[in-house]
Design a protein around this ligand. Structure first.
Ligand SMILES: [Zn+2]
Length: 183
């Protein structure tokens, strides 16, 4: 699994050299993700493929956008600068939630379980509960702002304030209210 992800990731993104494409890229988390999911959901290869594909789409948008600000002819320098920008700006909760949403990886029992932990978005950057509850974050977002907001939000490197015109705190409160109402 680990190796397959690496190859797919590198092929799809053209990021190679050091196999771990990005410091927070699919590799380390998907290793965890597969184990985690097997205990709750039956393994579903189609969903897994959609999830991976959506990471690739996100990466392609991000790389494209980063070319506007990282000006270099040198591939390795670009990759290095991109990794830095990605790690600093693009939240893991968003990176995972969008892929989880597109793959429809959701189950209301798991959402309820994760909900009972009362984790903030910042905490979900560090927690595997993102795989239980991530779907609802984008469900809320697309219900309120429409699906077209997703490519815009990705292209902004996850800048909520700029893209949704509300503060991150307001967004988080809105999502929590949505959770209370729907799950
Ligand atoms: Zn993922």
């Amino acid at each position: 699994m680990f190796t397959i992800h690496n190859n797919k990731f590198n092929d799809a993104t053209g990021l190679n050299g050091n196999a771990n494409g990005t410091s927070r890229g699919p590799n380390e988390f998907h290793f965890v993700w597969t184990n985690w999911f097997n205990s709750i959901f039956p393994d579903d290869p189609l969903k897994t493929a959609l999830h991976e594909f959506t990471h690739c789409v996100q990466l392609n948008i991000l790389i494209d956008k980063a070319k506007e600000t990282i000006i270099t002819q040198d591939r390795l320098t670009f990759d290095k600068e991109f990794e830095k920008k990605f790690a600093a700006e693009y939240s893991r909760w968003l990176w995972e939630s969008i892929s989880i949403f597109e793959a429809k990886e959701v189950n209301s029992l798991s959402v309820k379980y994760a909900k009972s932990k009362n984790l903030t978005l910042a905490e979900l950057n560090q927690s595997n509960q993102i795989y239980n509850i991530g779907y609802t974050i984008i469900e809320y977002m697309t219900t309120k702002w429409g699906k077209n907001i997703l490519p815009k939000l990705i292209a902004s490197f996850g800048n909520i304030e700029k893209t949704l015109n509300i503060s991150s705190d307001e967004f988080e409160k809105g999502w929590m209210a949505f959770l209370e109402e729907n799950y």
